[in-house]
Design a protein around this ligand. Sequence first.
Ligand code: ADP
Ligand code: ASP
Ligand code: MG
Length: 407
Amino acid sequence: MTLVVQKYGGTSVADLERIRHVAGRVARDVRAGERVCVVLSAMAGETNKLVGWVDGLDPANYDPAEYDVVVSSGEQVTVGLLAIALQSIGVPARSFTGWQAGVATDGAHGKARITGIDKAPILAALEAGKVAVVAGFQGLAPGDRLATLGRGGSDTSAVALAAAIGADRCDIFTDVDGVYTSDPRIVTKARKLDRITYEEMLELASQGAKVLQTRSVALAMAHKVKVQVLSSFSDEPGTLVVDEDDIVEQQVVSGIAYSRDEARLTVLGVRDRPGIAAAVFGPLAAAGINVDMIVQSVSRDGVNANMTFTVTRSDLKRAQAVLAEHQATIGFGEILVDDDVSKVSVVGVGMRSHAGIAHTMFQTLADKGINIQAISTSEIKVSVLIDEAYTELALRALHTAYGLDGS
Ligand code: ADP
Ligand code: ASP
Ligand code: MG
């Protein structure tokens, strides 16, 4: 008997009609002989509403453990509703919150990592002939506290459960019918990919393509989970995430991602001396702030330099505060900040064997008059930081320049 995990995102369970529709799909697969473990998100918009309530009370100093109690509640509603919808059409089913499903996490509230899954409760339900309907995005942290896995985290719940119970497949049902060469909501000429490598999907997700949460891809890669991204509204095949060997015809660039969740800081007038980068980035690391792109420029006198780097927008205020606190020990003049920036990244495993990818990117942006504020690269990616206002223009121009446009 095939064992599958099916994850449905927020738009797929946005109202009762859609929940009935999901129940119908699950019923069809159960009647075809599959054993199904369903993982759900909250109804579309629900998690934002819950986050808004917490922010409305105390945006700065809330207890992250209580934030998790509030924002994890949306998934509890949808799993109960789907279990009822399944039962009402004669399919035995029961719901599980994250903790009932044996999902253990670390204590990093708001962005917890799954540390282990006790597969026994889910397997017991499946063996009893029931559909297990599990709340995504949540688990149990040390001290028996509820924890959430970071926004978009139900993808990760699904892949982790698939790995734990040894599922044959993990199908991620969403509001697009697969992974595209770029966000189809912005680049109308984006093409659906039949296959994408784990590595490219990981890079695209970490550079902002929110179709899969980054950690879900990392987990799938580590545990060799067969992931497919597809639409809950059609029966078309979606995109398979596969090993590089399973790709027949490799494009040089497979996809283009963007992230508006960026902020730029420039520390002016730091001394150009050994240890300066450690002095600037040490306190930020100690405060748990991730720094992404970094550019150090030497000023004309050869003594003073400027250090430009990016953090996520939500970390900007804290980063400023941490640097100000350490101004005397680091030694700098002032800090400039800009959060009207975005990062655009081109990704493809073909870059390993092809030169000129970065040049095409820089030339294309230059032709559109878009200034590049910072650059970073990896073996299979080139990212640039640009003015946020040009994000869509840059995406479309690059999509055309790399020959990715569909009809
Ligand atoms: P869900 O609620 O189902 O988890 P998400 O909103 O998290 O759905 O993710 C799906 C969205 O990801 C799509 O609606 C699309 O706008 C966006 N997206 C960004 N980049 C891509 C891409 N390369 N391919 C497909 N979708 C993408
Ligand atoms: N409901 C959560 C969110 O909106 C988790 C998810 O949808 O994956 O972030
Ligand atoms: Mg999502």
